[in-house]
Design a protein around this ligand. Sequence first.
Ligand SMILES: Cc1cc2nc3c(=O)[nH]c(=O)nc-3n(C[C@H](O)[C@H](O)[C@H](O)COP(=O)(O)OP(=O)(O)OC[C@H]3O[C@@H](n4cnc5c(N)ncnc54)[C@H](O)[C@@H]3O)c2cc1C
Length: 308
Amino acid sequence: MSDRLHAVSRGALLWLGSRKNAQLVISRVPLTRRVARRFVAGDRAEDATEAIRRLNAQGVDGVLNLLGEGVTTSADADAAAAEYADAIAVAAGQVRTSITLKPSQLGLLFDAAGCAARLRQVAVQAAAAGLGLEVDMEQSSHVAATIETFLSAGLDPLPRLAIQACLHRSPSDLETLIGAGVRTRLVKGAYLEGPGVAIQQTGAISRRYGELSTLLLERGADPAFATHDSTLIDHVVREARRLGRDKGDFEFQMLYGIRRDLQVELARAGFRVRAYVPFGPAWYPYLVRRLAERPANLRFFARALVGK
Ligand SMILES: Cc1cc2nc3c(=O)[nH]c(=O)nc-3n(C[C@H](O)[C@H](O)[C@H](O)COP(=O)(O)OP(=O)(O)OC[C@H]3O[C@@H](n4cnc5c(N)ncnc54)[C@H](O)[C@@H]3O)c2cc1C
């Protein structure tokens, strides 16, 4: 599929993902629920922990994620923080995993100070349980507030923060984060963004990802390269060798249900590999982003819409 057609179908899917009406219709279709199970471990933290246990047996660590985003009330943000506390208690001592969350899940969109307080609370609980913490990066309109809240929340140790290669601002953000000693997770970017804020062509995004990964291998602390793109994974391996980095100096991350073969292959080759394992009933926006990454999935969505 051409770059242009891919961009159009990706845009159509992500737009559908943001429409509440479409969500109500599509998420009830049994086929949608079945497809979601490929990418989502289940409704409960126990389901995710069980999935991570299976990954651990193959040499792959986990990144546990409670699905949810765009929370609009303090009560819902508190509930998300409480669910994270429960998930940490379920996973602690059972599996090799870290925890990752979305700032908008903890109230970033309406109360940055409250979000920072909840983030501190989850960070303390994760550290007490011996689990690492990571923070996802959401749409471009949330990026400035995310970085500001992250850096000013008084978190110790600092969690790892995701950075999206597609955004024009990311090289500058990465410099700031490297300067502050922040560990980062480099991703291409999963959201629908306009040309004013993000690179539009997939080839150019990959080139930018390659450049930023080299920068992170040169100067970043314990970077994570989150991609299933074999060309970029090869680039990271080559650049790490050229720069004299050990396999233990960085890690690869992939998503639950995607390129499992590659996850295990890299782990067997001695690389650190982590799989992002989401759970919870709020799976619809996550599923749409996963489907939008593959143009072939547009057909699936069309079928779901007409109820077939
Ligand atoms: C661990 C992890 C954490 C992430 N965190 C964030 C975040 O915080 N913020 C954010 O914006 N984005 C995040 N993402 C998503 C990321 O931005 C990309 O949208 C996603 O990883 C797809 O890009 P890619 O680099 O894998 O390359 P692509 O070029 O999209 O994919 C390369 C190959 O991987 C396979 N593949 C990729 N996606 C799929 C899929 N959905 N279904 C089936 N096969 C697939 C295909 O074989 C494809 O050819 C994260 C991704 C990972 C792996």
